[in-house]
Design a protein around this ligand. Structure first.
Ligand code: HEC
Length: 152
């Protein structure tokens, strides 16, 4: 839904740029076209994110994102996910050691690394940020640029 809204926003922007700019100057039309391409990539990433979630994350965090208390933490309203998005991308690539206390419950098991590329990690984090009522905004590859992927 958010993606669809942003497409409308871009379409609106494009229209207004077209309507106030001269129609014969090629330069003015370049920027909005580029941004529309970026939106399409985001849409595709969301589909990819859903696919990755269903293939990898679902076994622990469950179809409803709520995990299993005491074993796998819930991603629904997860403070860590919603406030440390770059950390969440890194954790998807490199795993997490376990031992976190989340909402008063200790999670001792580690989370193994899940994906091999930043593209996949960004896609799946975008999915979980906006699923099950989460309203966590979006992340981009740019956000992931400083993450170092541990050797496998
Ligand atoms: C084998 C089980 C398992 C799988 C598969 C798994 N996780 Fe996890 N996940 C965990 C565990 C265990 C923790 C808690 C780790 C800790 O305490 O350090 C966790 C924690 C998290 C957290 C932090 C939650 C919080 O509130 O601190 C996020 C975000 C997360 N996982 C996302 C994912 C995503 C996205 C995938 C799929 C790409 C995934 N996980 C796949 C077991 C799993």
């Amino acid at each position: 839904m958010r993606t669809i809204l942003s497409i409308f926003a871009f379409a609106g922007m494009t229209l207004s740029i077209y309507s106030c700019g001269g129609s014969s100057e090629p330069k003015k039309t370049e920027a909005p076209v580029k941004e529309e391409v970026a939106v399409v990539v985001t849409q595709e990433s969301n589909e990819l994110g859903k696919k990755i979630y269903n293939e990898k994350c679902i076994v622990c965090h469950m179809a409803n994102g709520e995990g299993i208390p005491g074993a796998f933490p819930s991603l629904v309203g997860s403070e860590y996910l919603l406030t440390n998005k770059v950390g969440a991308i890194a954790q998807t690539l490199n795993g997490a050691p376990g031992g976190s206390t989340i909402k008063g419950i200790v999670y001792n098991a580690p989370m193994p690394p899940q994906v091999d590329t930043k593209e996949e990690a960004v896609a799946v984090i975008n999915f979980v940020l906006n699923e099950w009522g989460n309203n966590g905004g979006t992340v981009t590859l740019e956000d992931a640029k400083d993450i170092v992927i541990n050797p496998r």
